[in-house]
Ligand binder design. Structure first.
Ligand SMILES: [Zn+2]
Ligand SMILES: [Zn+2]
Length: 156
């Protein structure tokens, strides 16, 4: 359901609007490394300033993101605490739809390279073992050997 605000219902001193919307307003498709299952919460102060409806406040939700290192999904809190938008209103246009801007505000806060933890060890590139769960028997990657060889050169 889209989140709309009717400018006539806003008091002259501004109105406080808070609530939550279904995660479907985020319109996140499959396979993007993001799962939205929790409601999107908003807390706004809305005011009509001359010909504009000004919406100020915060938007937050809990998203499940795919770790770029280990591929596991983890839950993380996403918040835009400085949501600020202005919408032109007129005699004809009295209703404003915030859905798209809320969606954008949340998605902009999603990290480009989500990590389940800064300590995440990822998976072994050779056997696929989740290195957070335990080590595997693979040889270390070649580049490590190469650095080792350089160290030996230095010490000569
Ligand atoms: Zn991870
Ligand atoms: Zn391995």
């Amino acid at each position: 359901m889209p989140l709309t605000i009717h400018s006539r219902k806003i008091s002259p001193d501004g109105s406080h609007i808070a609530g939550e919307e279904a995660p479907s307003i985020l319109d996140i498709g499959e396979n993007q490394g993001i799962r939205a299952q929790e409601p999107v919460k908003y807390d706004f102060f809305v005011q009509v300033v001359s010909r504009e409806l000004v919406v100020k406040g915060s938007v937050n939700t809990q998203l499940s993101l795919e770790c770029v290192r280990c591929g596991a999904f983890f839950s993380t809190y996403i918040e835009d605490s400085s949501f600020l938008r202005a919408y032109e209103i007129s005699e004809e246009v009295e209703t404003v739809d915030l859905t798209e801007d809320i969606r954008e505000a949340v998605l902009l806060k999603v990290p480009n390279f989500p990590l389940c933890s800064s300590q995440c060890k990822g998976v072994c590139l050779q056997c696929g073992q989740d290195l957070n769960a335990g080590t595997c028997a693979c040889e270390p990657p070649h580049w490590e050997n190469r650095w080792g060889a350089l160290d030996q050169l230095d010490s000569k």
